[in-house]
Design a protein around this ligand. Structure first.
Ligand code: DX5
Ligand code: ZN
Length: 269
């Protein structure tokens, strides 16, 4: 059992990044040596929508600088895409990257998206590395295992998310929603950034959104620029994960402002 963070998650993002914000104290024991006071960001967000820059499209050679820049420019949290070369045909980052981000940005909220075949193997390593939230895929586990993993994640002091791939029937997540803090709808087939948005995935959002409690979030991930963000928000999403439409621009602040304030540009019915 990992000690839960004690500080309130309602602190504003800006305040959490101010120089006055106190650094978390290392613990003598336990899995969370660096505690983040924003563990409740998804349950009690200070504002919506939340913009989650995916560092998959950041410059890996300047990762700490990129993370700081995107948070200073208005990002609400960092989205870390973890791929195991098996669940998806790509290898990206592991707990060491998460720990490095945590060391450089002690107060940032870290949203880990596990695109892995065996998520149970990675919960403890990522929580130990400072993750605040872990999302795993419904395609990787059966229903009973999904409930058990959600419980483990929460017992470890993080929040839990369930992701669904484009080919998977939305019914597979509907019966499990109550056990999770967040549902992540993939709008590309996972594996790479820079792919095109699959618009019919908005129907999943419309099916899931009415079933969520006020303390649960609905995240969309993949191929999202301002136009797609407008459609996601109109359909019921409140967290937008985006890599290339932020990191492949020269103005992170403008890119995220465009996502946050996007208005629906066309009917998707
Ligand atoms: C895809 C990842 C996404 C990806 C998004 O497998 O889960 O988070 O980084 O990249 P863009 O926004 O470029 O589609
Ligand atoms: Zn992702």
């Amino acid at each position: 059992m990992i000690a839960k963070p004690q500080a309130s998650g309602r602190a504003k993002t800006q305040a959490a990044h101010s120089p006055q914000a106190s650094s978390p104290k290392p613990q003598a024991a336990g899995l969370r040596p660096l505690r983040c006071p924003m563990t409740d960001l998804f349950r009690h967000p200070p504002r919506l929508p939340l913009i989650a820059p995916s560092i998959l499209s950041a410059d890996f050679g300047r990762m700490a600088e990129e993370c700081a820049a995107v948070m200073d420019a208005g990002g609400d949290l960092l989205h870390l895409d973890v791929m195991d070369g098996h669940f998806v045909p790509n290898l990206t980052m592991g707990p060491d990257m998460c720990a490095a981000v945590r060391r450089h940005l002690p107060e940032v909220f870290i949203d880990v998206h596990l695109m892995v075949t065996d998520p149970a193997l990675f919960i403890e390593p990522f929580v130990r590395a400072g993750a605040n939230h872990l999302t795993f895929h419904v395609e990787a586990v059966d229903g009973a295992a999904a409930r058990e993993l959600a419980l483990r994640i929460r017992n470890d002091g993080a929040t839990a998310g369930l992701a669904i791939n484009p080919p998977t029937d939305v019914q597979q997540v509907l019966s499990l929603i109550e056990h999770f803090d967040l549902v992540l709808v993939m709008s590309v087939n996972p594996g790479y950034s820079g792919q095109s948005f699959i618009a019919p995935m908005l129907d999943k959002v419309r099916a899931i959104a009415p079933r969520l409690r006020a303390d649960q979030r609905l995240e969309m991930d993949g191929g999202i620029g301002p136009r797609e963000a407008g459609e996601c928000l109109a359909a019921g999403c409140d967290v937008i994960a985006a890599a290339s439409s932020i990191f492949k621009t020269s103005d992170y602040r403008a890119a995220m402002a465009a996502l946050r304030t996007a208005a629906p540009s066309r009917s998707t019915d």
